[in-house]
Design a protein. Structure first.
Length: 194
């Protein structure tokens, strides 16, 4: 198995897994004067926890690049929903889209994997950087309620930590993630296999 060369979220989630109202309930805030700040904290908490857990929460599009076709393409940030396209640069230097009849998505494993279909082989490609591009969608769904509650709780707790500790460091003590958040990350974390 070969590791991907680049990873990029090319279409971000349309919504966040936690609403401002839900975060305000967690924070016990009634007013609306800090709604924008809390919304920003939600986005940063989601992005941080997606990296720490190695997961996609709300449906998003991800693009991977390889220098050549790997035997097995593991798709980071599960759960993978579908492969949108696989393209490559052929030996003449032209971009080609590889037919979906040549591969299957094995979503029975986590993270999911793109594997060759029965009796198929990889096309010949030009030897160059980023010769193969895989575009796929990942996430639990398009609604906040599609995301497991333990992940949503981790986001709310991290928003609370950001809200209560607005400075980068504290004179009293510099802490890692609070224990409750660490436990939720460990429970939902996907092992690094790339």
């Amino acid at each position: 198995m070969m590791s991907y060369k680049s990873f990029k979220v090319t279409t971000a989630p349309a919504i966040e897994p936690v609403t401002v109202a839900e975060a305000k309930t967690q924070l016990r805030i009634d007013g609306s004067s800090e709604d924008t700040l809390i919304g920003n904290y939600i986005t940063v908490a989601r992005q941080t926890l997606e990296v720490l857990m190695r997961r996609a929460f709300i449906t998003q599009t991800i693009t991977l690049s390889y220098d050549s076709f790997p035997t097995e393409m593991r798709l980071p940030r599960p759960p993978a929903i579908a492969v949108t396209s696989i393209s490559y640069i052929d030996t003449d230097g032209a971009s080609q889209t590889w037919s979906s009849s040549n591969y299957t998505l094995d979503s029975q494993i986590e993270p999911a994997s793109v594997v060759l279909a029965y009796d198929k082989s990889f096309p010949s490609i030009r030897t160059q950087a980023n010769a193969v591009t895989v575009v796929y969608t990942a996430g639990y769904g398009t609604a906040t309620t599609d995301v497991p509650e333990s992940i949503r709780l981790a986001i709310r707790l991290l928003v609370g930590s950001y809200y209560e500790n607005r400075e980068a460091t504290s004179v009293a003590k510099v802490n890692d993630l609070p224990l409750g958040i660490q436990m939720l990350v460990a429970t939902n974390e996907v092992p690094e296999v790339f």
